[in-house]
Design a protein. Structure first.
Length: 227
């Protein structure tokens, strides 16, 4: 995801042996970054940063031209790869309870239901993401110095030099396999604080089909960041 103004925009990096220069294409749904196959990732990121102003203006024009869809009330919630049907019930007291494939929200008529859904997901994330992080840390034989939830708009996780790992609470919407991939990715930074071949080898040791899971998470990112 690219942060363009207030919008988190999906991007696709397309490398080609035939291409000789860097380039950008903006569509109504994503930004496409075109690069020669040999171009280092750092050089690509620098190029995109240089074009940030143009990208913001172009994305805004593209969205202004796109057909506007009327907003509809939330009727379902993503949770661990499943879709829960949302049922709201008037109540003096606020509560949220999951029953199988249904999430029941009890709240006054004037309550912000979307905010209550986010609060429920955040509460679930605090428990579930820590569980999956600890599970993968045992495989690695090394634990983070600290764990916290993140509310980042463009990143699923981060790891500092001091071993502080943060995971985006929105991950709780994704299947456990994708949560485990992000956990493995950040934990591998405890060993290699870069994206070198040794780093990716460590990710693969924790998560053998990491590349497939990474691709699936990218496909889901736009939907998961909507909330």
């Amino acid at each position: 995801m690219l942060q363009l103004g207030e919008a988190a925009v999906p991007f696709a990096l397309k490398r080609s042996r035939r291409r000789r220069t860097l380039g950008l294409t903006v569509t109504p749904h994503e930004v496409r970054i075109h690069a020669p196959s040999w171009t280092p990732r750092g050089e690509i990121e620098h190029y995109v940063m240089q074009q940030h102003g143009w990208l913001v203006r172009t994305w805004a024009r593209m969205q202004a031209r796109a057909p506007q869809v009327a907003a509809t009330p939330t009727s379902s919630v993503r949770y661990l790869g499943r879709v829960l049907v949302l049922v709201t019930q008037a109540s003096l007291f606020v509560d949220a309870r999951r029953h199988g494939d249904t999430l029941r929200i009890y709240a006054p008529h004037d309550a912000d239901i979307d905010a209550l859904i986010r609060a429920w997901l955040h509460e679930q994330a605090a428990r579930l993401l820590l569980w999956r992080l600890a599970r993968n840390a045992r495989k690695l034989g090394r634990a983070p110095s600290r764990f916290a939830l993140s509310d980042a708009q463009t990143q699923w996780g981060s790891c500092t030099r001091s071993g502080h790992v943060r995971l985006n609470w929105r991950l709780v919407q994704a299947p456990l396999a994708l949560i485990d991939y992000v956990a493995a990715h950040e934990l591998a930074h405890l060993v290699h604080l870069d994206h070198s071949p040794r780093f990716w080898a460590q990710v693969a040791a924790l998560c053998p089909d990491a590349l497939a899971r990474r691709a699936e998470l990218r496909r889901m990112s736009e939907a998961l960041f909507r909330i």
